[in-house]
Design a protein around this ligand. Structure first.
Ligand code: NDP
Length: 338
C-alpha cells in the first residue's frame, strides 16, 4: 500500500483558475499489488505536463470543443510519463516507459480501454523524464507542426512568434533560427526577453512595457506564429506583409477572461486586403514521429536549449495558475516519484 497524491479537478472556473478552489491535492491509499487493472496496467508517474489547453477542458460539460470536458470530482487528466510497475496487458510490459493521457497522480491505473490514450516509448537518449513530456513531447511537436506542416516556413523569411519564451515558443524560435529565418519574439517580462536573446532571437521585446506595433512596423514580416490571440493578433493583421501567413496555434490571452471581457478583433478585413492565409491546427491531428526524432537528436546534443519550470511533487494547482498568468517561465512540469 502506498500513499497516493492526486490532483483533483474540484470546480469549473468562470475566469481565472484559483488553487484549492478549482484544483486540489488529495491523498488516498493505493494498493499497487491488488488494484484492479481491467486489461491495463499500473503506472508509477515520473513527470506530468501542464498545458494551457487544460483550461479549455475545465468547462461545463454541455459546451462543445475539440477535447472532452474534464469531470468535476475526478483527477485532472493530463499528459504524463512513467514506469509500468504491474501489467495485465500483453502489449505493455512491466518496466517499460509509457507516455500518454493519465490522471495527475503519483500512481494511476491505465485500464484496457485507456490504452489508446498513449503508448510505450523508448528513451535511448536517456533524456530526463521532464523532457519526455516537454522538449521532445507535445509542446515541441506543436512548434514543429506549426512551423513546417502548417506554416511552410523557409530560410530567408521573417517570423514573429508570441509567447516566445514559453514551452511551444522557445522551441519554435530556436528551430526557426536553425532553419534560417529571422525571428521576432515577444514575451511578458524582461527576464523572458533576456532568455529570448540568449537563445538567438533576433529582435525581442516585452509586450507589457513596449509597443508591439512599433517593433512589427520596424521589422517587416510575413509569418506569424500565434500563441496568444487577442490584441496582438489584431496588431499583426494590420502590420503583416502581403500574402502573410498566420499560424493559429493558440489564444492564451483569451483563456481566462469572461465572455464579456473577450477581445473583439477589428482588423479581419486585412485577411482579404492582404490575401493572408490564416490557418489553425491541433497537434494531435498530425503524425509527429519524424519531428520527435529530429528534436531528440537536437536536445540530446544540446543544440536546442531547454527552459523548464519544474515543480517537485503535486501542488494545489498553483503551477497551473502560474502557467496561465505568465508567472512561470518555460515548460511547466510536475516531477514526481523522484
Ligand atoms: P507557455 O509555456 O507559452 O505558457 C503560456 C504563456 O502565455 C505564459 O507564460 C505567458 O507568457 C503567456 N500569456 C499569458 N497570458 C497572456 C496574455 N494575456 N497575453 C499574452 N501572453 C500571455 O504555454 P505553451 O507553450 O504550452 O502554449 C502556448 C500556446 O500554444 C497556447 O496558446 C496553447 O494553447 C497553444 N497550444 C496549441 C496546441 C495546438 O495543438 N494547437 C498544442 C499546445 C499548445 P508571457 O509572460 O510571455 O506573457
Amino acid at each position: 500500500m502506498v500513499q497516493n497524491e492526486v490532483l483533483v479537478y474540484t470546480a469549473t472556473p468562470e475566469g481565472k483558475v484559483v488553487p484549492k478552489t478549482h484544483l486540489k491535492k488529495e491523498t488516498s491509499e493505493f494498493d499497487v499489488d491488488s488494484v484492479s487493472l481491467n486489461g491495463g496496467f499500473v503506472l508509477k508517474t515520473k513527470a506530468l505536463s501542464l498545458d494551457p489547453y487544460l483550461k479549455g477542458r475545465m468547462r461545463k460539460p454541455e459546451v462543445k470543443s475539440y477535447s472532452p470536458p474534464l469531470e468535476v470530482g475526478k483527477p485532472l487528466e493530463t499528459l504524463g510519463v512513467g514506469e509500468v510497475v504491474r501489467s495485465d496487458s500483453p502489449d505493455v510490459k512491466v518496466g517499460s516507459i509509457w507516455r500518454g493521457l493519465i490522471d495527475a497522480a503519483d500512481y494511476s491505473v491505465v485500464s484496457g480501454i485507456g490504452l489508446h490514450k498513449g503508448k510505450v516509448i523508448q528513451n535511448e537518449e536517456q533524456l530526463p523524464w521532464t523532457n519526455l513530456v516537454g522538449s521532445v513531447g507535445m509542446p515541441s511537436m506543436t512548434a514543429m507542426v506549426g512551423l513546417f506542416d502548417v506554416g511552410k516556413c523557409k530560410a530567408g523569411e521573417t517570423i514573429f512568434i508570441s509567447a516566445a519564451s514559453g514551452a511551444v515558443g522557445q522551441i519554435a524560435c530556436q528551430i526557426a533560427k536553425r532553419e534560417g529565418l529571422k525571428v521576432l519574439g515577444s514575451a511578458g517580462s524582461d527576464e523572458k526577453v533576456k532568455h529570448l536573446k540568449e537563445i538567438g532571437v533576433d529582435v525581442a521585446w516585452n509586450y507589457k512595457t513596449e509597443d508591439t506595433r512599433k517593433f512589427l512596423e520596424e521589422n517587416p514580416f510575413t509569418k506569424y506564429f500565434d500563441n496568444v490571440g487577442g490584441e496582438t493578433l489584431d496588431t499583426v493583421l494590420e502590420t503583416i506583409g502581403q500574402k502573410g501567413v498566420i499560424i493559429s496555434c493558440g489564444a492564451i490571452s483569451q483563456y481566462s477572461v469572461t465572455p464579456s471581457e473577450r477581445y473583439r478583433l477589428g482588423n479581419t478585413m486585412q485577411v482579404v486586403a492582404k490575401s493572408i492565409r490564416w490557418e489553425g491546427f491541433i497537434v494531435s491531428n498530425f503524425d509527429t514521429t519524424e519531428h520527435e526524432k529530429t528534436l531528440r537528436k537536437l536536445v540530446k546534443a544540446g543544440d536546442i536549449k531547454i527552459k523548464e519550470h519544474v515543480v517537485d511533487g503535486l501542488d494545489n494547482g498553483e503551477a497551473f495558475r502560474d502557467l496561465l498568468d505568465g508567472t512561470a517561465h518555460g515548460k511547466v512540469v510536475y516531477s514526481v516519484n523522484k
